[in-house]
Design a protein around this ligand. Sequence first.
Ligand code: SF4
Length: 67
Amino acid sequence: MLEIVIDQNLCCGSSRCVDICPEKAITLVNGKAVIDLKMCDLDGICIPACPQGAISFHEGYVGGCGF
Ligand code: SF4
């Protein structure tokens, strides 16, 4: 399943993604952006908004043995 991932090591806490997300899915926690995947609708607006390139699409684990 596709999901948005924010690299905590790259995030500088600019909050640009927080401001731009129409779903209000991203919040700052201890100066780092954290995403609530239940609220995210995968539009990807936050990806180019990040000055650090910390946000990307990621193919998440869906369970099962992989065959
Ligand atoms: S992909 Fe869209 S809805 Fe999801 S966190 Fe980014 S801006 Fe918000």
